[in-house]
Design a protein around this ligand. Structure first.
Ligand SMILES: NC(=O)c1ccc[n+]([C@@H]2O[C@H](COP(=O)([O-])OP(=O)(O)OC[C@H]3O[C@@H](n4cnc5c(N)ncnc54)[C@H](O)[C@@H]3O)[C@@H](O)[C@H]2O)c1
Length: 258
């Protein structure tokens, strides 16, 4: 897929799936702006992907802070006036016991995974609408459809809400040539997943719930994301594509098998 002359924002691009997306977009000709709360890591990643800094740069972004979202957009100017692609990868997860979950923990997950994702998209899609072209991809999760084995109440709910947010945004933005789709991965081997597994043997045990017989690597998810980023997916909008090795065909999403 060619992305020559396209400009893309990848949130959460310092590590994991976002990093793999940023790399693939740059390798395919795009200029990528990484927005991440871990500024040092994001700068390291941008330099690793494209050492000249011409086509991959990192900017501070805390999706849980509305002022930070505005500052991020301002720091991108004038480039932020012509963003063709927005990949909303940034997200957090934490083990949460149903009876112990606090309102503060709930708000933190929702603020980053849902509220921040919406308000950044709202602001960026305005320019896309004026340009009559745009591609927005949200990172939901297979746990939007089936609760995780280890309780993650607010995470699962935030990811389910992203499925509906994708539809709402898609409907609003379709007349302007902007598509909005979502990818719903099962367990992907990144830092986000590792926190649920105490040792590599437990991680291996997670494979038992996946018909394809292995956990995903970030690159497995990137292919689906890049398709939705491409011009050729222009007649598809409002969808959520599971990328989970068949995990949804069986009973549980295998975060932290106990
Ligand atoms: N890894 C999985 O198993 C899995 C499964 C389903 C969905 N997902 C989703 O995919 C996305 C990427 O996850 P990943 O596995 O690559 O995780 P990751 O932890 O490797 O990467 C997440 C990135 O988001 C950044 N981030 C965290 N809080 C932020 C904030 N407030 N503002 C801006 N950036 C912030 C982190 O610094 C990090 O670079 C997330 O939305 C996650 O929920 C992951």
């Amino acid at each position: 897929m060619a992305f020559d002359a396209r400009q893309a924002i990848v949130t959460g691009g310092a590590t994991g799936i976002g990093k793999a997306v940023a790399k693939q977009l740059v390798d395919s000709g795009a200029t990528v702006f990484i927005g991440d709360i871990d500024t040092a890591k994001a700068e390291e990643t941008a330099a690793e992907i494209e050492p000249t800094g011409q086509r991959c740069r990192a900017y501070p972004l805390d999706l849980g802070d509305m002022d930070s979202i505005d500052a991020f957009i301002t720091s991108l100017k004038p480039a932020s006036e012509k963003v063709d692609i927005l990949v909303n990868c940034a997200g957090i997860a934490a083990p949460e016991e149903f009876f112990e979950l606090t309102p503060q923990q709930w708000d933190r997950i929702m603020d980053i995974n849902l509220k921040g994702t919406f308000f950044l998209s709202q602001k960026i899609s305005k320019g896309m609408s004026e340009a009559k072209y745009g591609r927005i991809v949200n990172l939901s999760s297979a746990s939007a459809f089936t609760p995780s084995t280890r309780p993650m109440v607010s995470y699962d709910v935030s990811k389910a809400a992203l499925v509906m947010l994708t539809k709402v945004m898609a409907l609003k933005l379709a007349p302007y040539g902007v598509t909005v789709n979502s990818v719903a991965p099962g367990p992907v081997v990144t830092d986000l997943l590792r926190q649920f597994f105490d040792d590599p043997n437990t991680l291996e045990k997670g494979v038992e719930g996946i018909p394809i017989g292995r956990l995903a690597q970030p690159e497995d998810v990137v292919e689906a994301i890049l398709f939705f980023c491409s011009e050729r997916s222009g007649y598809i909008t409002g969808t959520t594509l599971p990328v989970e090795g068949g995990n949804l065909l069986v009973k549980h999403i295998v975060y932290g098998v106990e």
